[in-house]
Write a protein that binds this ligand. Structure first.
Ligand code: NAG
Ligand code: NAG
Length: 425
């Protein structure tokens, strides 16, 4: 298998890229200024419904080109629309046959999931913006039923957790404690899935919101995420030696910081390398002074970056995703040396500024280091929880779009779906 190299050549392509990045930088600053000047105080879960259905401000999508074209919308009338850059559009993807399975006992958003053999353990999450779950539900892929509900420790975070398993023990790191846009806790736990018993682990040095978390070379690694205000990207990276559900050390060790911080990324260990995929900088924050920590919207930048650590212990870049993708921390599976990622969110809509959900399935083939788009979901969905069993790709939970014509988030779901997974060579 080819190892990616991080060679340092200066080619004409790189110079062009640098100039492009500079222009992009200006565009982002302009975009940020625009976003900060408008009102983004809608609540976290109801953003889509609180927005005006009509666009009151038209921004040039692509000032260099200023294109407009005629596009047929869902209502079959012809309206002039600007061409959107590819990142905001659904990418061309094969249609898949989806089968609707039994829905989870509760809908959940920003929960967590861990698959161990034929069981998918589904944790925590918002039920509504003012109510968070504090229990685990289990889906059995053999008979396709839900069951086995049990409680989480009272002190455990309810959303935006870091979570990973060694095949029996599930390590649960930090995350947001409570509903709305409360801050994170540093508390950390381990679950023995055979006895359903929880134990305490040493807390993180400081609380983190939705950090990337994995087990690698006998250590529990936690990196990135947001700081305590939920918004400021954090670069820190810590690790703790663990074995069979027990910490072997009393304190977390500092590791090489991640080049780009932020929450909601997929983190995968494969072939003795650690990968961190997608994610974003910024997130909703509590409105200053709000006694209920009411969520208020802040600027977010979603990215397509893929970072890798190998035995050199230096971060390297791998080929980026087909489009920026965030809210994918538990939306991936690893099958036949490919990482498969289900849905997510991409950059906000350039005109309406609404959050745009992702309706595609991506494959990252680790033999060829090539990304491809391998299918369409039944709808666009973020923070969905994915599993793979016996040829079937499953997903459940998260927040889906308003409909085929509107990629903004709406309903929090508990639905479970599956399709036969077909990978590209
Ligand atoms: C999962 O379902 C299979 C088939 O019904 C059953 O044999 C197995 O005991 C179930 N596992 C759990 C943990 O419930
Ligand atoms: C994975 O590889 C096995 C062995 O080559 C093959 O039988 C199976 O169909 C592959 N699975 C997928 C989803 O491609």
């Amino acid at each position: 298998m080819g190892r990616p190299s991080a060679g340092k050549h200066t080619s004409p392509a790189r110079v062009v890229l640098a100039i492009f990045m500079l222009i992009l930088g200006f565009a982002l600053v302009a975009d940020f200024l625009w976003a900060s000047s408008s009102k983004f105080t809608s609540s976290y879960l109801n953003v889509a419904t609180n927005w005006s259905p009509h666009t009151s401000v038209i921004l040039p999508i692509n000032p260099q080109k200023g294109e407009t074209v005629e596009v047929k919308n869902e209502k079959k009338d012809v309206v002039p629309k600007r061409v959107l850059p590819a990142t905001f559009q659904d990418l061309p993807a094969p249609e898949l046959k989806w089968e609707k399975m039994a829905a989870a006992p509760v809908p959940r958003l920003d929960g967590a999931a861990i698959q161990i053999k034929n069981l998918l353990y589904v944790f925590a999450g918002y039920g509504t913006i003012d109510f968070v779950h504090s229990h685990v539900d289990i889906y059995n892929f053999t008979d396709n039923t839900w069951g086995g509900r049990f409680d989480m420790p009272k002190e455990m975070a309810h959303s935006h957790l870091g979570m990973v398993t060694d095949g029996r023990y599930i390590y649960v790191v930090t995350g947001q404690y409570g509903p709305q846009c409360r801050g994170p806790t540093a508390r950390t736990f381990v679950l023995d899935t055979e006895t359903k018993k929880w134990q305490d682990m040493p807390p993180l040095p400081v609380p983190r919101y939705a950090p990337a978390t994995q087990l690698w070379r006998g250590r529990l690694h936690v990196m990135g995420g947001s700081g305590e205000n939920r918004h400021t990207p954090a670069l820190e990276h810590w690790s703790l030696a663990v074995k069979d559900g027990k910490p072997l050390e009393k304190e977390w060790r500092n590791e090489i910081p991640i080049p780009r911080g932020g929450p909601h990324r997929a983190c995968v260990v494969v072939d003795d390398r650690l990968l961190v995929i997608g994610g974003q900088e910024g997130d909703f924050m509590a409105k200053p002074g709000s006694p209920i920590f009411k969520c208020s919207r802040r600027n977010e930048v979603v990215y397509d970056d893929v970072y890798m650590l190998d035995d050199e212990m230096k971060w390297k870049n791998l080929p980026p995703m087909p489009k920026p993708d965030s809210h994918i921390e538990f939306a991936w599976v690893l099958v036949n040396n490919s990482i498969v990622i289900v849905g997510g969110t991409t950059e906000k809509h350039p005109t309406t500024k609404k959050m745009v959900l992702v309706g595609e399935i991506f494959q990252f083939n680790l033999d060829t280091l090539k990304w491809s788009v391998i299918g369409k979901l039944p709808y666009r969905v973020k923070t969905t929880l994915a599993g793979y069993w016996d040829g079937w790709l499953y997903f459940t939970s998260g927040q889906r779009d308003k409909g085929p014509a509107d990629p903004a988030p709406k309903k929090v779901i508990g639905e479970m779906w599956r399709t036969k997974l077909k990978l590209n060579p």
